[in-house]
Design a protein around this ligand. Structure first.
Ligand code: FMN
Length: 197
């Protein structure tokens, strides 16, 4: 049975390897009209305070949902190793401060443009044209404009999840394996429990 430390090691490896399937995480929020899931990229992993770091646009729907309910569920699936990891935790979104600026500085210029759309993500496009609301084309005149970069920076946010439970399942012909790791605050420790798969 993998320990909590084993699972954190796997998560850390996933965040550092752009080809690792666990790097694309399904993040599920609770909205007023029910749950919603979307893919997000796992950017950093901090085992010491059980923290997963993601980047997002502060105008996006998920950020509004998190303002209402900060509890989230996360799902990773690795088809090669047949390993699923489900997590639950508490999310916080931050758009300002030194830590966010440090994250922004690591975002490649091309990717910074993803945050520069004049309209919020999910806004309808009039006539289906991306000219009106989408991010500026990389290399285009708008992309070179310092105002565009400044606008992008204003939309960038760091979304962090503090994990409180992990449920690991490995499918195997010799016998599936499942275990749960729960964070016990009074002991400041993870408590593991093998489960019927
Ligand atoms: C492979 C993949 C990776 C993605 N990574 C991110 C990401 O890191 N952050 C993000 O906000 N959206 C990311 N998206 C887009 C989201 O899935 C989603 O469409 C967008 O954030 C709007 O979601 P919302 O309306 O629920 O806020 C990614 C989508 C895909 C397909």
């Amino acid at each position: 049975m993998p320990t909590a430390a084993d699972l954190w090691r796997l998560l850390r490896r996933a965040s550092a390897d752009r080809h690792h399937p666990w790097r694309v995480v399904a993040l599920c929020t609770q909205g007023a009209d029910g749950p919603r899931a979307r893919s997000v990229i796992l950017r950093q992993v901090h085992e010491e305070d059980r923290r997963l770091v993601f980047y997002t646009d502060r105008r996006s729907h998920k950020v509004h949902e998190l303002a209402q309910c900060d509890r989230v569920a996360l799902l990773c699936w690795d088809p090669r190793h047949q390993q699923q990891l489900r997590m639950t935790g508490q999310a916080a979104v931050d758009g300002s401060g030194d830590a966010v600026a440090a994250h922004w500085a690591t975002v490649p210029e091309r990717a910074q443009l993803d945050y520069a759309s004049p309209l919020p993500p999910g806004s309808p496009l009039v006539d289906g044209s991306s000219e009106q609301g989408g991010p500026p084309a990389p290399g285009g005149p708008a992309a070179q404009n310092p105002t565009t970069r400044l606008r992008a920076r204003g939309h960038f946010a760091v979304l962090q999840v503090q994990v409180c439970e992990m449920d690991f399942l490995e499918l195997d012909r010799q016998g599936h394996q499942r275990c749960r790791q729960v964070w016990v605050p009074s002991q400041s420790a993870w408590q593991g429990q093998p489960l019927v798969p």
